[in-house]
Design a protein around this ligand. Structure first.
Ligand code: 5RP
Length: 230
């Protein structure tokens, strides 16, 4: 199967999971990315079962609304039974690198109020050690260079994310992203806590202290459901 076919497969599996595990009238947390888009498309025929969704990005909001799915502000919602999102890498403990699509901050916020985090990914995202995929850090622009120095002290290589025209990529929150190459992350929770403490860091794309509860992992053999002990 191609990677796109695997994304559709796990998107459908996530819609099936939500349909069988989430009660009628619930509000769902929805992540961002091409795999999540497949989930949204697979969920759309069942939208009348749900009250709506809390979205993690402007792009996801647009896709949900195109399907006629109501989008709630997170401030209107106390808790979410489930949050469905993709990942750039996921390890054996359910810790992830996320933010390849730039939505890491809102993704982390929505995930934090969700009871169950369902990661949807194709088999290529499963790694033994996180760090081959560059680690995104959303930063307040004035702190970009100072944070770059901190990254280099960890032997990481900071690269400012840019748009096609060479200007800095700007997140939905008006910040910039540094992608850190060359890390071998054998303590994801420790590194998440360390980077979170640097002034000017909005969010680090390590999702380890609140990682996935389960992963729907797609491969040529089908979809495997992997659960993680918290
Ligand atoms: C966006 C993300 C995405 O979940 C991650 O980049 C995976 O995206 P895709 O499903 O397109 O491979 O973290 O910020």
């Amino acid at each position: 199967m191609t990677q796109d076919e695997l994304k559709r497969l796990v998107g459908q599996a996530a819609a099936d999971y939500v349909n069988t595990h989430v009660p009628d009238g619930a509000v769902l947390g929805v992540g961002t990315g091409s795999t999540v888009n497949c989930f949204i498309d697979a969920l759309a025929p069942h939208k009348s079962r749900f009250r709506g969704a809390v979205s993690s990005s402007v792009a996801t909001t647009a896709r949900l609304e195109q399907h006629g799915i109501r989008v709630f502000d997170l401030n209107e919602i106390e808790s979410l039974p489930v949050y469905v999102d993709g990942a750039d890498e996921i390890d054996a403990s359910g810790a992830m690198i996320k933010g390849g699509g730039g939505a890491l901050t809102r993704e982390k916020i929505v995930a934090s109020v969700s009871e169950v985090f369902v990661c949807i990914a194709d088999r290529s995202k499963r790694v033994d050690v996180l760090g081959t995929f560059p680690l995104p850090i959303e930063v307040v622009p004035m702190a970009r260079t100072a944070i770059g120095r901190q990254v280099m002290a960890l032997s990481g290589v900071p690269v400012l994310r840019v748009r096609n025209d060479g200007s800095p990529y700007v997140t939905d929150n008006g910040n910039e992203i540094i992608d850190v190459k060359g890390l071998h992350i054998d303590d994801p929770r420790g590194l998440e806590a360390l980077i979170n403490a640097w002034p000017g860091v909005v969010t680090v794309g390590l999702f380890a202290s609140r990682g996935a509860d389960l992963c729907l992992l797609g491969s040529d053999q089908g979809v495997e459901m992997v659960s993680y002990d918290v």
